[in-house]
Design a protein around this ligand. Structure first.
Ligand code: GDP
Ligand code: MG
Length: 299
């Protein structure tokens, strides 16, 4: 399977900018332990980004995530460089007392803003190294009920600091109807609690195809995701390799948009909304943080 990022399809303006700066996006995964965060990162890199030989350790061989960990992959296409970094975080929920389990996550986000600010304020440095988190993928347990109190508390603390992208974890454990109902309930819960999830703007000069894609992505959030079982590969009747999860009744193909929204999430990050995620981080989220920080410092 060859993942295709498709820089050649990007608007000229974006391509020109990316050639100059090098494309770079940093995402972070957050959520309770055992929801498949590390597995999804693995699927994301193996499918789309990582050259096969450099493939990452299969999730099965990876120990339980105990520390915040950066995973990078570089690719180049048509002379355009892309560096995707995903920050893996240990899950919460193992502790009896989950109070302030968001602290290490918030600290990671803010420390990176601080590092950016320090560089901005330094006269010597020419090119700023941007390690800010552009997207926070928040994993929701596939319970089919409503959001848990801890998810609401967590997202409430995150949504003004980082672009929040909620996903339903392990969507293969729910039926299609259950997923649709659960999505609806999550969207209304989020609205009720005033939690703002990332929504891509639609630009004036955009063509119909891009608008349709942006709308399809908006409708699919919270994405129902499935991480591929790293210990198995499956074959379709035509011989094509499938990455997914096997069941007695069949195979869930992570690449098949009728099975899950994995492909939409991937496209959003590395293709259609990469610039919008970066822009909102720089112009809105970071600026808000910086203003507050200046007040604190009395500058
Ligand atoms: P993390 O703690 O959130 O990083 O979760 P892991 O990625 O370590 O996965 C925890 C367990 O769930 C492992 O046994 C995975 O094989 C399994 N798993 C991961 N993703 C999925 C998924 O999409 N569907 C199902 N059914 N199981 C999954
Ligand atoms: Mg993990």
């Amino acid at each position: 399977i060859t993942g295709h990022v498709g820089f050649s399809n990007l608007p000229n303006q974006v391509r020109r900018k990316s050639i100059k700066d090098g494309f770079q996006l940093t995402a972070m995964v957050v959520g309770e332990s055992g929801l498949g965060k590390s597995t999804l990162i693995n699927t994301l890199f193996n499918l789309a980004i990582c050259p096969p030989r450099e493939s990452l350790h299969p999730a099965a061989e990876r120990p339980k995530t105990v520390a915040i960990d950066n995973i990078h992959a570089d690719i180049e296409e048509n002379g355009v460089r892309l560096r995707l970094t995903v920050v893996d975080t240990p899950g919460f929920g193992d502790l009896v007392n989950n109070g302030s389990c968001w602290d290490p996550i918030l600290k990671t986000i803010e420390d990176r803003y601080e590092a950016y600010l320090t560089q901005e304020n330094s006269v010597k440095r020419k090119k700023i190294i941007d390690t800010r988190i552009h997207a926070c993928i928040y994993f929701i347990q596939p319970s089919g009920h409503s959001l848990k109190q801890i998810d609401i508390e967590f997202m409430r603390r995150l949504h003004e600091k980082v672009n929040l992208i909620p996903v339903i974890a392990k969507a293969d454990t729910m039926t299609e109807d259950e997923v649709a109902d659960f999505k609806e309930r999550i969207v209304s819960d989020l609205a009720f609690h005033g939690i703002r999830i990332f929504q891509a703007p639609i630009y004036d000069e955009e063509d119909e195809e891009n608008i349709a894609e942006t709308e399809a992505i908006a409708r699919a959030i919270p994405f129902a995701v499935v991480g591929a079982d790293p210990t198995k590969t499956f074959r379709a009747s035509n011989g094509r390799l499938i990455r997914g999860r096997g069941y007695p009744w069949g195979i869930v193909d992570v690449d098949d948009p009728s099975h899950c929204d994995f492909i939409l999430l991937r496209r959003m990050l590395v293709h259609s909304h990469m610039e919008a995620l970066r822009e909102r981080t720089a112009d809105v989220l970071y600026e808000t943080w910086r203003t507050q920080r200046m007040l604190e410092l009395g500058v």
